[in-house]
Design a protein around this ligand. Sequence first.
Ligand SMILES: *Cc1c(COP(=O)(O)O)cnc(C)c1O
Length: 383
Amino acid sequence: MKFGGLDTRCVHSGNYIDPDVGGVNTPIYWSASFIFPNQKGELKYPRHFNIPTQIAVAGKISALEGGDWGLVFSSGLAAVNALFAAALRSGDHALFQDGLYGGTQHFVQSILPRFGVMYDIVDGGRPADFQAAIKTNTRLIFVESPTNPLLNVIDLAEIAAIGRKAGVLTAIDNTFATPINQNPIALGFDIVMHSGTKYLNGHSDICCGALVGRRDLFQPILAAAQDLGGNLDPAACYLLERGLKTLGLRVSRQNENARAIADYLSGNPAVRRVYYPGLGSHPGHETAAKQMRGFGGMLSFELDCDAATARTFAGNLSLIKTAVSLGGVESLLCFPCETSHAKVPPEQRLKQGISDTLVRLSVGIENVDDLIADIENALGKIR
Ligand SMILES: *Cc1c(COP(=O)(O)O)cnc(C)c1O
């Protein structure tokens, strides 16, 4: 039986109950060696992505995204690796949206040319630009929505339709939205990628990634994944599965909290600009409202001060910690120019709108009044 509700899927989908024991949680199969052949004649090996602890959590993510299969990796970038290795070969061309996660941008620019893969980076605001950039050898369109850290939104149904018409594989980094807020496969995408390090696990204690997709794409991606490695170890699989059980609860609270903080900051004279797709003033608001069920727990804002004062503001916060990464139960703040986009050359970074005073906030599940009081107190000290 396939369950309908996302919260139900969070709790139940994929769970493996060992019939001999009956534990309600998926066992951690801490084994790299398995009797061969087993009763079903299978060869099990962690790097084949086929041990029960891996299959269970991958099945849960796939059920949440509405895919036919899922694979879990040791990081989001390992998932990107497997996808690109499966989809692209020397002489191929790929299209990437501008403003992708900094690590993905660096991967594209530093690794792909070495393997003879050509690419263009396309302004994500206008899907027609993707259409115009497609060449006869284009094999992949890869986008991210909302983007990190400016929360740019791209029309996913339009991108998927462009890809399908041209026979080009479409893939999306759905890390920021999470499957609770957005399901790109239902909008026509072929592959969804996640940095599970963020919302999927949600507790800032493991690094992991995932790919979910349509049935016909499974074999080439599994083959590439097995060649590259990057499988997730059983203990981390277990933690990820445990974290996913509360994904729906966490994300709906994070949607609410982020909305309230975005409203608070929007009315504050110390803040020059707020980036949150839930705000009517956000350029991507209409598209986001069309394709997302919630606007997410990420927001960014530009303080009306110099770079040093912005760091003083961050240091004045007590509840909200300055730290890398995002999507956990605790609220975290960072300066993207120093973290996610540190490897992007400064001119390119500024062109993308990522200044030295841009603050990114990953909103947690705390009481929102406490979060706003913390921000108000820190702003008061720099005024
Ligand atoms: C963190 C992140 C990644 C990279 O994932 P890792 O788990 O760090 O490898 C990719 N995309 C987005 C949007 C991210 O936030």
